[in-house]
Ligand binder design. Structure first.
Ligand code: PMP
Length: 434
């Protein structure tokens, strides 16, 4: 085992001092297992970070990326396109809800959010409604770490030192309600929370509001499943008041809810969908924004001259290696019917998480599809117990994400029923020590 020099690297979203005292390194992955430096096998209960539903190190993806890099490694997309991104756009448009079939490529979830904000502005500017610039989002939302996303986000720690960020963002209440505690699936209570959007409209005027951003299921803040009828009500209000509804499906996209997108599962079609994570099964950085056809048409048609219609894009947008990884990933999802498999496995996951509620340390359990969350009973220092839990679980052979004192479980869709049981055996055993 080589020793690691810890002096040069600043790790993201990490307590670096604690990490140095207790480094957790992964050196290899295969299927639904990680391996650390001692070749200890660790069950991955989080699909990496919601990224890897088809299991780690799929040879089909590795080969596709390698072949692509040997043939064409890079094109400057602002001038010269590559065929793989056209093929991929078509494949993604086959999966997105009807009409959301213009696909803009980026490199992460955060970039997808910034792009969606700009598309909303560009659309209303092209239509001659440039005054529509306010945005509405929600408490306990996570929309990435760039300034637009931070302003939309409702996670206090992610926002507090960055000032107002993007001005003109109003937050609706989050959808966690005590009345819905220990409910798997959509809660019975809380549809009226959607009327917070109506209050924003009454306060600011619909003529000033461009878009309403929500994660259909808030993922990173502990899996907050919307109450029954809530998303439908948001859709209705957006329609009535000419506001774009944006679903941030960075976590829920590509089968996590048992359908192509959460939009399908909840039967609510937004105007824009942001996606990333599972798009390449985690093998390459990539994100995308799916946009309603007429939004694209409006922006394109309004632009005069030969300059770009939309002054936005990244050097690595449409990167050939990422496109190759995504195409190989979508083939695996299709050929192995992995979204159907996610739907079939879901009851097992939700039953297992429901059993956790019997433990004294557990305050609430929630879940939908292949995504589940639980809250630990509060302790004196918020977040301390959650941080300790994820470390204890790692030492016990389980990779699981915690946010504050909430735990999040999101197994790969290739996980077997026995492996799900094994995950919960480890989790329950460790939780009983608390
Ligand atoms: N939106 C949502 C809903 C997310 O869950 C995340 C990442 N957890 C992001 C945006 C940001 O994605 P990235 O980390 O790829 O920038």
């Amino acid at each position: 085992m080589s020793t690691l020099n810890m002096d040069y690297h600043w790790l993201p979203f990490t307590n670096n001092k604690e990490f140095k005292a207790n480094p957790q390194l992964i050196v290899r992955a295969e299927g639904i297992h990680y391996y650390d430096q001692q070749q200890r096998k660790i069950l991955d209960a989080c699909s990496g970070l919601f990224t890897t539903p088809a299991g780690h190190c799929r040879p089909e993806i590795t080969e596709a990326v390698s072949k692509q890099l040997a043939t064409l490694d890079f094109t400057p997309h602002f001038l010269r396109a590559n065929p793989a991104s056209f093929e991929l756009a078509e494949r993604i448009a086959e999966l997105t809800p009807e009409n959301l079939d213009r696909i803009f490529f980026v490199n992460s979830g955060s970039e997808a959010i910034e792009t969606a904000i700009k598309i909303a502005y560009a659309f209303f500017a092209a239509r001659g409604d440039g005054g529509k610039q306010r945005l509405v989002s929600r408490e306990r939302a996570y929309h990435g770490v760039n300034f637009g996303g931070v302003a939309l986000s409702g996670m206090v720690k992610n926002r507090d030192i960055y000032g107002a960020g993007l001005p003109g963002v109003a937050h609706m209440r989050h959808t966690w309600l005590a009345e819905n505690s220990n409910t798997l699936g959509e809660g019975e209570h809380g549809i009226e929370l959607a009327d917070d959007l109506l209050r924003m409209i009454q306060l600011h005027g619909a003529q000033s509001i461009a878009a309403c951003f929500v994660e259909p299921i808030a993922g990173s803040t502990g899996v907050l499943v919307p109450p029954k009828g809530y998303l439908q009500r948001l859709r209705q209000l957006c329609d009535e008041h000419d506001i774009l509804l944006v679903f941030d499906e960075v976590i829920t996209g590509f089968g996590r809810t048992g359908a192509n997108f959460a939009a399908d599962s909840f039967d609510v079609t937004p105007d824009i969908i942001t996606m990333a994570k599972a798009i390449t099964n985690g093998a390459q950085p990539m994100g995308a924004v799916a946009v309603r056809t007429d939004i694209y048409d409006t922006v394109i048609e309004a632009a005069p001259g030969v300059a770009p219609e939309f002054f936005h894009g990244y050097t690595w947008s449409c990167h050939p290696a990422a496109c190759a990884a995504a195409l190989a990933t979508l083939n695996i999802y299709r050929d192995e019917s992995l979204f159907e498999r996610a739907r079939a496995l879901s009851p097992l996951l939700l039953d297992a998480v429901a059993n956790l509620a019997e433990l004294d340390i557990i305050n609430d359990v929630r879940g939908y599809g292949m995504l589940a969350g639980f809250d630990l009973a509060p302790c004196e220092q918020p977040g301390r117990r959650g941080a300790q839990l994820q470390l204890d679980l790692f030492n016990a052979g389980l990779h699981l994400k915690t946010t504050g004192d909430a735990g999040i479980i999101a197994p790969a869709f290739v996980t077997t029923p026995q492996q799900i049981e094994q995950m919960f055996e480890i989790l329950t055993k460790v939780l009983k020590r608390y």
